[in-house]
Design a protein around this ligand. Structure first.
Ligand code: GLU
Length: 310
């Protein structure tokens, strides 16, 4: 019998095969969920770009790593009705406005002297009806949230309290697709996810998402933003770094379970089985620095072959 009714999740975008960094995040999400008696869910975030076959490959790779999840795999594309309902409710409450800015407009506005980079300066918030009607002829609008705070604070298992900027985030893109920020908030709440474990490249999205959730009357999840896998230059691991996907590594003689052991080693956890890693798992002991992955990390001999980089 599980003690908690909450859930953790792994939510990959089906844009490519998973690489070492993604699998490491998935293993961490599993460890966080299981060590707190939560359910563990797999959600495919397919609102945006989708590469044919990627979802299938990702599921195969997660299974090959020994991970399992509760219930069936869910997809954002099955939740359109929920996003539409949330957009209607925000709109009814007068919390949305049409934005006609192009990427270029936004880039220019946010490089202006008093602008904060990466923060939408609210250019379209004050448009009058006539101007909006005129602009609609040229370009379909996105819908943005009228945020009435400048920052929001979230609780992170690794980083403690994190306060970051909140701006008038996009709720529905100008192609009519709900934004990632909206979808994630709605899906997590609908699935009972109260523990969000993901790469720390998404840390700056969390205050926006938590603020939006609060406006929608949804409970705030706890977060754990985990360090990314990077190459020797400190850049986020990517295809250009050679064999970084499970398939490429397998073709070089490193099977999925061996890769998992290397990942567990990088986390300072015992190799051999996820059950053993779970017994030893302590969030307070996790490395705080990015995991530097080089050919030596992966192909030196001996078991385990890596020293935790902390
Ligand atoms: N789908 C996102 C990604 O693959 C992750 C979103 C999340 O975990 O909140 O980067």
């Amino acid at each position: 019998m599980r003690k908690s009714t909450g859930a953790g999740r792994f939510a990959p975008s089906p844009t490519s095969e998973l690489h070492l960094g993604n699998i490491r995040t998935a293993i961490l999400a599993w460890l966080f969920a299981r060590s707190t008696d939560r359910r563990f869910l797999l959600r495919i975030e397919d609102l945006d770009r989708v590469r044919a076959g990627a979802e299938h490959a990702q599921i195969r790779e997660l299974l090959a790593s020994g991970l399992s999840w509760d219930g069936s795999v869910t997809r954002q594309s099955d939740s359109s009705h929920r996003y539409a309902t949330a957009i209607e409710s925000l709109n009814r409450d007068g919390l949305l406005y049409e934005c006609f800015c192009t990427r270029r407009d936004i880039a220019e506005a946010s490089s202006a002297p008093h602008a904060v980079p990466g923060i939408y300066p609210g250019a379209c918030r004050g448009l009058g009806d006539a101007e909006r009607a005129r602009l609609r002829l040229a370009r379909p609008p996105a819908l943005r949230l009228k945020a009435d705070v400048g920052t929001w604070t979230v609780a992170d298992e690794i980083l403690g309290e994190y306060t970051g900027p909140v701006d008038d985030l996009v709720i529905r893109r100008n192609d009519g697709v709900p934004s990632y920020n909206l979808a994630v908030v709605i899906d997590d709440a609908a699935q009972g996810v109260d523990q969000v474990v993901r790469g720390d490249d998404l840390l700056s999205s969390s205050p926006r998402q938590a603020y939006l959730g609060q406006l929608l009357g949804l409970p705030a999840p706890r977060y754990a933003h985990v360090p990314l896998a990077v190459n020797a230059q400190g850049q986020r691991l990517a295809k250009r770094d050679g064999a970084v996907t499970l398939e490429d590594l397998a073709s070089k003689g490193l099977g999925a379970l061996r890769v998992r052991d290397i990942i567990l080693g990088s986390l300072g956890l015992p190799a051999g089985s996820l059950a053993a890693a779970l017994r030893a798992f302590d969030p307070a002991q996790l490395p705080r620095e990015p995991w530097i992955v080089t050919a030596t990390t992966l192909f030196s001999t001996g078991t385990p072959s890596v020293t935790p980089n902390r």
